[in-house]
Design a protein around this ligand. Structure first.
Ligand code: FPP
Length: 244
């Protein structure tokens, strides 16, 4: 367990904040705009949130950008979202690299257009050694899919005889998840008033504090992040133990 969260101490700032960015569509509809306008405004909120994390001492930010279930949206909206991601990554990577932000992606490759796969691999490579903020973008990500992929990889090793069934423990599973090497999220924020995890970081969220913000994602800013962090700091994290 990390020393920053020893029992009885005042809760420190979260090191790893993960966000389910929800409400782009409703934000747009309430303004009589097409849904893509909400996603574009959502990309601005991403920019603000990265800056706010750096200012508030958060070292890891993970954003749920596109879920494995989002393919069920109308083809136009899926195309718009892929186009926006393409545009955003191309446009922002140099500036984020200058700011010392390392950009990583979690999720499945299957189904993503080849040029996006190449873009994300190039981006990861370019920003690999940066340490001011680790930004992880969950793209074509679903937690159950991630766990199934980890289970398949273990099953293959057991079948090959390179792993004994008795060696399948929590650490063996964690090592095969997309988030290998990352700390678990301390705080998970979902915007727009919805209160569920929607297949996001189910394994990693075992001890995360969940904060549900009423703010629609395109309106999310430093003040909204600060308010979620304040709520997190008022909570007492016990990791299954009791306090004295
Ligand atoms: C949820 O709102 C949002 C998404 C599915 C997409 C999030 C993507 C962005 C903010 C684009 C930019 C992202 C990055 C990382 C550059 P919704 O459409 O489900 O909203 P609704 O529930 O109001 O319909």
């Amino acid at each position: 367990m990390e020393t920053a969260h020893q029992f009885g101490e005042e809760t420190e700032s979260p090191k790893h904040v993960a966000v389910i960015m929800d409400g782009n569509g409703r934000w747009a509809r309430s303004r009589g705009l097409p849904r893509i306008a909400g996603h574009k405004a959502g990309a601005e909120a991403v920019r603000r949130t990265i800056k706010a994390c750096r200012e508030l001492g958060v070292s890891h930010l993970t954003l749920f950008a596109f879920s494995s279930e989002n393919w069920k949206r109308p083809a136009d909206e899926v195309d718009d979202l892929m186009g926006l991601l393409r545009f955003y990554i191309r446009k922002e990577v140099d500036e984020l690299n200058r700011q010392g932000v390392s950009i990583r992606f979690i999720g499945a490759d299957d189904g993503l257009p080849d040029d996006i796969l190449k873009l994300i691999r190039d981006t990861e490579r370019t920003t690999l050694d940066n340490r001011n903020l680790i930004l992880t973008v969950a793209l074509n990500y679903g937690s159950r899919d991630e766990l199934a992929r980890a289970a398949r990889s273990i099953a293959k090793e057991v079948a090959d005889g390179t792993m004994a069934p008795g060696d399948v423990d929590e650490a063996a599973i964690a090592r095969r998840l997309d988030t290998v090497g990352m700390p678990d999220p301390d705080l998970i924020i979902r915007t727009s008033g919805e209160q569920r995890l929607s297949n996001f970081l189910l394994w990693q969220a075992a001890y995360s504090e969940l904060v549900f913000s009423k703010v629609m994602w395109p309106d999310f800013d430093q003040e909204a992040l600060k308010s979620a962090i304040d709520e997190y700091q008022r909570r007492e994290r016990r990791y299954g133990a009791v306090t004295a």
